[in-house]
Design a binder for this molecule. Structure first.
Ligand SMILES: [Mg+2]
Length: 96
């Protein structure tokens, strides 16, 4: 098997883990679920970077598509912000 196939397989695995992490935040919005979501985002970003470094995907195309997708979906985000979790006992949300 070509070495690059290992990068494709790991990218697929990490995308699956990101899907599961999103589902857990929807179902159980806990600090742990959000921490795991952030970690899985990092894993997927890392493999996107590795795909770019390998030459399998063109960085310019990735960046242009990313920019356009952000412009498309940013208005939706304005109406669907997730409330910030207050996890420390001393936070202003819990004391007041
Ligand atoms: Mg992962």
């Amino acid at each position: 098997m070509r070495d690059i196939n290992n990068v494709f397989i790991k990218t697929m695995e990490e995308c699956g883990e990101l899907v599961q992490a999103c589902a857990k935040v929807i179902k159980y919005d806990t600090p742990e679920a959000r921490h795991n979501l952030a970690e899985e985002c990092g894993d997927v970003l890392a493999f996107i970077h590795l795909l770019q470094r390998s030459g399998c995907v063109e960085t310019e195309i990735v960046e242009n598509k990313s920019r356009n997708t952000i412009l498309k979906y940013e208005p939706i985000l304005e109406y669907s912000r997730v409330p910030e979790l207050k996890i420390s006992a001393g936070s202003s949300n819990l004391s007041g």
